[in-house]
Design a protein around this ligand. Structure first.
Ligand code: UDX
Length: 446
């Protein structure tokens, strides 16, 4: 099957590579000529485990190619995936200019039937706007060509995107056209051993499914973070509570890990965008607003714990930071808790010494060279001559630590752990203060 994918960002590239890998002919198109040139030479612009090999093997086999030529791209596939970015507007709603620009391009150059597939995360009602845009261009051209628009949201996690694509819980397709259903069946057939895995539904239901899934997961995280904050004040270990509630299958163990707040390119943006969409239909999404509010507050807790440990005086201190990415196995720092922390530390006059296995370059890109930030190449170098240690990301390399050694490194024997990596007793026995989330010395009432 011939498939065109607009947008070689995270979603477009993973989708393109995975579809090529099962034998489809895929053409990826982007307006960024530099990016396309790099992809053609085998360079992958993002860090995602397994993606480089998948892209390059399929490109070498001739099943995956790249272009900036929009005319050729529209000509190529019967399926035209739109996988361009939908960055948040100032007010939190998704900016659709790139999606609609692709729709316009498709309308401008199509010469026969096209099934347009909305893959980008877009607000409910966008498929209708894409349809309208294409129809208007065709009318301008004086053409009456047949086309259809469906919604096919993605559920990929960064760091596990290929696994999520190939072994995900479901493929959701929103359409009212039998012809599109047939095409999408063919597109995903290699991945669908279980018939129920391909879920057809109405267009608007598919669009809302994407937001509802992310909002539900974000809600679980904010919920457990709220319980952790309560636990701190009540003297209860939230990790024990987590196991206690997770054992009920109606609640489950997934996504109830307390931490320093969710980040990344999806949860923060999607929760805000859905709340914003609610406002547009005169509904106040109280729960979504609270989920966002709790998360915002949670990201401040690392700094607050440090402040408490240093009696409010952080000026001139050096704080070691393990983990910059919003989660392990990615170099992504979008909305990462580490950023909230670093920025607060700088405002307080402290210095940061940071190490992350993948996100160092990204951190440098974001903050540049500055006196109060040292990006070092190992976790050991980060704690050298530091006053305290903060853990923002649960990378595997941070899990095993010789606490006796760590105590010797740190000026004040303090670990602020935003990911609950260690056993509080072990840390305490080594003579360190351990401020974790809803456990450890955080339980001591102020
Ligand atoms: C998420 C969804 O999981 C995915 O299905 C969707 O398509 C895009 O958004 P992603 O943003 O890549 O994926 O990361 P995810 O692994 O879901 O983690 C999101 C954030 O939540 C991270 O900051 C993580 O640290 C945090 N988190 C996750 C918790 O704090 N506690 C948990 O129990 C789980």
């Amino acid at each position: 099957m011939k498939i065109t994918i607009f947008g070689t960002g995270y979603v477009g590239l993973v989708t393109g590579a995975c579809l090529a890998d099962v034998g489809h002919d895929v053409l990826c198109v982007d307006v960024d000529a530099d990016k396309i040139a790099r992809l053609e030479s085998g360079e992958i612009p993002i860090f995602e485990p397994g993606l480089e090999e998948l892209v390059n093997t399929n490109a070498a086999a001739g099943r995956l190619s790249f272009t900036t030529d929009a005319v050729a791209a529209v000509e190529f596939g019967t399926l035209q995936f739109i996988a361009v970015g939908t960055p948040p507007d100032e007010d939190g709603s998704a900016d659709l200019q790139y999606v609609l620009a692709v729709a316009e391009t498709i309308g401008r150059h199509m010469n026969g039937f096209k099934a347009v597939v909305d893959k980008s995360t877009v607000p409910v009602g966008t498929a209708d706007r894409v349809r309208e845009t294409i129809a208007n261009v065709l009318e301008e051209r004086g053409e009456t060509l047949d086309f259809d628009v469906c919604s096919n949201p993605e559920f990929l996690k960064e760091g596990a995107a290929i696994e999520d694509f190939t072994h995900g819980a479901r493929f959701v397709v929103g359409t009212d056209s039998e012809r599109v259903r047939e095409l999408m069946r063919e597109c995903y057939a290699p991945y669908i051993r279980l018939q129920e895995k391909l879920m057809f539904m109405d267009v608007r239901a598919a669009e809302l499914t994407k937001y509802a899934a992310n909002a539900m997961l974000a809600t679980k995280i904010s919920f457990i973070n709220e319980i952790a904050n309560l636990a701190e004040r009540l003297g209860a270990d939230v990790e024990q509570v987590r196991r206690g509630i997770g054992s009920d299958p109606r609640i489950g163990y997934h996504f109830i890990y307390p931490g320093c707040g969710y980040g990344g390119s999806c949860f923060p943006k999607d929760v805000r965008a859905l709340a914003r969409t609610a406002g547009e239909v005169q509904y106040q999404a109280q729960l979504l607003e609270a989920v966002e509010g709790v998360n915002h507050r949670q990201k401040q807790t690392l700094f607050e714990k440090l402040e408490r440990a240093f009696d409010g005086d952080l000026a001139g201190r050096t704080i070691a930071l393990w983990g910059l990415a919003f989660k392990p196995n990615t170099d992504d720092m979008r909305d990462a808790p580490s950023r909230t922390l670093m920025e607060a530390l700088w405002r307080a006059g402290a210095r940061v010494q940071a190490y992350d296995p993948e996100a160092m370059e990204e951190c440098h890109r974001l903050y540049g060279d500055r006196d109060d930030l040292a990006l070092v190449d190992a976790r050991e170098a980060a704690v050298e001559n530091a006053d305290a240690l903060v853990i923002c990301t649960e990378w595997k390399v941070f899990r095993m630590v010789d606490f006796g050694w760590l105590k010797q490194q740190l000026g004040l024997p303090v670990i602020v752990d935003g990911r609950n990596l260690y056993d509080p007793e072990t840390v305490r026995k080594a003579g360190l203060l351990y401020f974790a989330v809803g456990r450890g010395d955080s339980l001591r009432r102020p």
